[in-house]
Design a protein around this ligand. Structure first.
Ligand code: UDP
Length: 234
């Protein structure tokens, strides 16, 4: 295995599967199985889950809501997703801990960095909910931040496409995929990898990012083994 500790970022939308909204339990279970397989190889896994399948602050602002209020709602949405993933993992015998950046003591632990690291060392999967706990940020930024805090080797951004392309492959058939790209090129070309705050955090802290297709069964394992699928940003 190439890595000792990884931070996996799953967007809220990835939890929708074929649906238009909400959570597809079958999809979540497939992710859980892929995650378990990698964990069983001894890799420590922390996970940040987004909330875009339920609520996005920015979209709500466009329809008239106050941004900060809407962002807090978005953060709550991530916790719902985290609980679904936690449920799926536990249903197949994986021990997990859910830590939220916004206190919700009846359903999860508060985010405590040292405790999260201890859980990982004990072989538990740690799921981080509620993003950074602050409005005006995203769960991509939360993923970068938590990865740096817990000293993860890499941020693995699981998406529905198999990497970063020169253009949107769904719109431009001539678009080609990068195997590897530098942080600087991501800025210069204005590529849509993660938001700029997240990218900057990774660059400044020399934390590589791999963007890969999490929807193909077994891909997470391939990445964990160090196979060059997806796009490496470093
Ligand atoms: N959010 C926030 N602060 C954070 C993380 C998330 O305010 O640190 C809010 C924001 O409104 C965002 C929503 O939570 O739109 C859902 O997160 P995100 O859009 O990052 O989810 P994803 O796109 O990964 O599904």
């Amino acid at each position: 295995m190439k890595y000792k500790r990884v931070l996996l970022k799953l967007s809220g939308e990835s939890l929708m599967g074929e649906r238009q909204y909400g959570i597809d339990n079958k999809q979540v279970l497939q992710y859980a199985q892929d995650i378990k397989a990698v964990k069983d190889q001894g890799i420590e896994i922390a996970i940040v889950v987004g909330g875009g399948n339920i609520f996005r602050g920015l979209s709500a602002e466009k329809s008239g809501m106050e941004r900060a209020q809407a962002d807090y709602m978005g953060m709550l949405a991530t916790v719902i997703n985290c609980m679904a993933l936690q449920n799926a993992l536990e249903s197949i015998g994986v021990e997990t801990r859910l830590q939220s950046a916004i206190k919700m003591e009846q359903i999860c632990e508060p985010y405590i960095r040292r405790r999260a690291m201890h859980h990982l060392e004990c072989g538990k999967i740690v799921i981080f909910g509620a993003g950074t706990g602050n409005p005006y940020f995203t769960t991509d930024t939360a993923a970068s931040l938590r990865a740096i805090e817990i000293k993860a080797d890499v941020v693995l951004k699981g998406t529905r496409v198999d990497g970063i392309y020169t253009a949107d492959p769904e719109k431009d058939p001539t678009a080609t995929r990068y195997d590897e790209i530098s942080f600087q090129e991501v800025y210069d070309k204005g590529l849509n990898v993660m938001d700029m705050t997240a990218i900057t955090l990774c660059q400044e802290n020399k934390l590589p990012i791999i963007v890969f297709d999490m929807n193909k069964e077994g891909n997470f394992m391939k990445i964990a083994e160090g196979n060059p699928i997806g796009t490496l940003v470093k």
